[in-house]
Ligand binder design. Sequence first.
Ligand code: MEV
Length: 438
Amino acid sequence: MSKTISGFSKLSKSEKIDWLVNAYFDKQEDTKTILKQYWNSNDKLQQLHDEFIENTITNYYLPLGVAPNFLINDKLYTIPMAIEESSVVAAASKAAKFWLDRGGFKTSVISTTKIGQVHFIYKGDHARLKEYFNTVKSKLLEAVKPLSKNMEKRGGGILDIELRDKTAAIPDYFQLHVSFETADAMGANFINSCLEQFAKTFKSEALNFEGFTTEEANIEIVMSILSNYVPDCLVRAEVSCKVEELTENKSIPADVFAKKFIQAVKIAEIEPFRAVTHNKGIMNGIDAVVLATGNDFRAVEAGVHAYASRSGSYSSLSHAKIEDGIFTFWMEIPLALGTVGGLTNLHPLVKLSLEMLDKPNAKELMQIVAVAGLAQNFGALRSLTTTGIQEGHMKMHLMNILNQLEANPEEKTAIVNHFKTHTVSHSAAVEALEKLRQ
Ligand code: MEV
């Protein structure tokens, strides 16, 4: 059976599966059974998922968990999180409860501007290009009116178009650098459609511009695309309390804990090897909510990490200080999120997640997501600077180990009880289970 195929996308789902299992699997019937186990028995729901992407063969499940007790600007939330890593939801819940008793999280949206660019090549006099840009700018805006009309009704639209000269880096390379407000939409489709229209109009109008020579009028569009770098779509999240209130971990005095915590943050501020892991912990919280609310976590990841490098050296996204006896821990991050469009109206669990959050607008969702990131970071740093991360991690991971070992419910209860007072490791779990089974 050939491992290549043409016209695959035109086959029916079962034909696709037949070809795949014949070409790549030894136990063909077993493979088909697994794939079908993950189909939804509700045909309509299954079809919806089949049609999200091309070549769907089954569904890939992640758990959807919730972290309750998040107090954000005096409003209570239970936050939905879609994630596979065992300790994330537990850590978020614990941090939420901790800050619930200390005034909760305070957040604000700093800015909501998004960026898109038309990248083009122009061979000619720079002053004449500037002149052309100034004449064509209003025509560019006019040309996207059919696209921007609706967005303007919702409070969004095109904020500005700039001509940027990048010829110092690449010969003849220029950009139309466009800023957008996309209201409650993440805005990728709106931005990209506007950019493609700008590119068309910019190229065609150049042929009519009398100031250009024939060569100059031949503007070459390279590409038109939004940027996932959104340093001006920023949200801030913060917690603070008196140093003496940082008392939850009895093994360490509050002031010692506060100082150690701040030291850990300072290390992440100056040491990229640590900063990447520190920020990964933040993204544990952020991605889980971004995914649960049907947003694009790859876009968020790309934008956040670029922002973490904006000084030229990769650094911590969060910061901490003690001032006048008050401990403050905060973060400012770029988040381009939507609560309309995309999956938000399509995926039943996304709709449910947004309803759980009281149907937030995009700005509210930015604040909730930032809080999930800060809470996660707080939880990780608290463990790291006190008990170490493995204690909690391995306790949560124990269930995965027991499932791998095919422990039955009674065995699971007994082993979980055993590890309340013993250190969890893979080999210790195997040993304990073997002993129990003897
Ligand atoms: C694990 O997923 C995340 C942590 O490594 C984050 C951190 O080190 O801050 C615990």
